[in-house]
Design a protein. Structure first.
Length: 493
């Protein structure tokens, strides 16, 4: 680890300046410049063809759906959309790019000059966006042996399935004026960007699968100065928590370098999960890539009519939608914050749409289902129960077929793959029992607990708990406690 100063000491002496480059893979059916399947995973090197392998004589063609998705992203980020732009070749050698160049956009991006407002601790910060340009993703290297990084590895394996995946790179202008809140603003920006991309339906934005990743740049400049400092770029940060942690560490590290009279080296760095960054390589400048226009692709020239149609089709902005849903559902700020913290908003919204009451949907997703997801170490949406099934479960509770306790057993069955809630109820025999069976159980409990009966008749109502417990035990939980209480009171007059 490098020498550090405290965060407060660093930001007291220097103004942090952010620069965020967020890459998101688009979820088109096929790749950016060929017809290969665009999907995560698969056997290595099975989603490939001469185009994405860069074989001689192969020619690219542009994926029109990817262009549409890029324009929608630009519009949602308040960008201007170019009436004419073109692709360029970004030349560099690396094993995961078989052509030895990447088709990208250089000085003529499709989307430019936008912004995104984010909120941190009740304050709104505007993050200026310089460009959102299109390019293709590289393949994936697996370094075998050592720590899993290329340094110290015995050998490396390359999988070209990801090569050619449509990619949007969203680049901010230097972000100033955020002061000590810089890491939190960066985290909030990436989170807001993820919400927008998800709402547009253009990407699955799974940071753990690298379909959304952030290169986090930061530099320090003395307060009152107009000259930007030397920046470092922490590459491929793949979680919101790490965005904040990596920038906090770099501000402390750079602060220590500058306060000791040293100079910050412009370089890429890599995040180590033990809580620090490590140096990568010296950062190239644009001229090192020898950009030139891609000769095998015609320019892209979206018509104003098409852009206006796409603008009209944009969904409600996520921040506005959250505020609307909170009002419609009658939730407090704290309740909404818990929902967002669990990444459960879309699941709850889909459950409400399927017929459940908002508070009931919230109870199941933040309670039993969240517990099961944590136990299985999976995301909440992968726990094994759909919003429609949660709504079906709540309908059984509302109808008196299940108690909440029985419903939790039904959830376990659904998650275990035993079928729908109704099927699990039948297979496990979990229906609430009433009628004569319940009358008999109440009568038996009264007869077996005469002291509790006398206490209730004497006005000590808390004694009814023992009777309810006895009935619920004899019914193996398959009774409604409220109904049991009512029957007891009726029998005692």
């Amino acid at each position: 680890m490098s020498e550090l100063v405290s965060y407060d000491e660093a930001v007291a002496a220097f103004e942090p300046v952010l620069g965020l480059e967020v890459h998101t893979e688009l979820n088109t059916k096929t790749k950016m410049f060929c017809g290969c399947q665009n999907s995560f995973g698969g056997e290595p090197n099975t989603h490939t063809c001469p185009v994405c392998l860069g074989l001689p004589g192969s020619l690219p063609s542009v994926n029109a759906k990817a262009i549409e998705s890029a324009i929608r992203i630009g519009l949602a980020l308040n960008c201007s959309i170019a009436s004419w732009c073109r692709f360029a070749r970004k030349n560099y050698f690396y094993p995961d790019m078989a052509k030895d160049y990447q088709i990208s956009q250089y000085d003529e991006p499709l989307c430019f000059d936008g912004y995104l407002d984010v909120e941190v601790d009740g304050e709104t910060y505007r993050v200026p966006i310089e460009r959102a340009h299109m390019e293709e993703d590289a393949g994936k290297l697996t370094h075998v042996g050592g720590s899993g990084r290329i340094q110290g590895a015995d050998y490396s394996l390359v999988d070209y399935n990801r090569a050619g995946t449509p990619l949007i790179e969203i680049v901010t202008k230097p972000v100033r004026g955020v002061g000590a809140k810089a890491p939190q603003v960066a985290k909030a920006y990436v989170a807001a960007l993820r919400d927008i991309l998800r709402s547009l339906g253009v990407s699955d934005v799974r940071m753990e699968q690298a379909s959304l990743r952030c290169d986090a740049n930061v530099s320090l400049m003395p307060w009152g100065s107009d000259e930007l400092g030397t920046r470092t770029e922490t590459k491929n940060v793949n979680s919101l928590r790490t965005v904040e942690a990596a920038l906090t560490y770099e501000i402390r590290r750079q602060g220590a370098v500058l306060l000791s009279g040293g100079k910050v080296k412009q370089e890429t760095r890599h995040w180590n999960e033990n809580g620090y960054t490590l140096p990568g390589r010296s950062k190239e400048e644009a001229e090192d890539y020898r950009y030139f226009p891609e000769p095998d692709l015609v320019p892209v020239a979206p018509s104003r009519e098409w852009v206006d149609q796409l603008r009209a089709s944009l969904p409600e902005p996520p921040a506005q939608r959250r505020a609307r849903l909170q009002g419609e559902w009658g939730l407090t700020d704290l309740e909404m914050r818990d929902i967002l913290g669990a990444d459960a908003l879309e699941l709850i919204a889909a459950t409400v749409e399927a017929g459940a009451a908002p508070q009931a949907a919230r109870k199941w997703w933040l309670g039993e289902l969240n517990r099961l997801a944590k136990e299985a170490d999976v995301e909440l949406d992968a726990v094994g129960m759909s919003p429609v099934q949660v709504a079906e479960l709540q309908a059984l509770v509302d109808a008196g077929t299940l108690t909440d306790k029985l419903a939790r057993q039904v959830i376990e069955g659904v998650v275990a793959g035993e079928g729908t809630p109704a099927e699990v109820v039948e297979k496990r025999g979990l229906k609430v029992v009433g009628g004569s069976a319940l009358d008999d159980a109440v009568a038996a409990a009264l007869e077996a607990n005469p002291s509790a009966v006398e206490s209730i008749k004497a006005g000590r109502q808390q004694a009814i708990g023992a009777l309810i417990g006895a009935v619920m035990k004899s019914m193996k939980g398959q009774a409604d406690a409220g109904q049991v209480r009512q029957l007891i009171m009726e029998k005692l007059g």
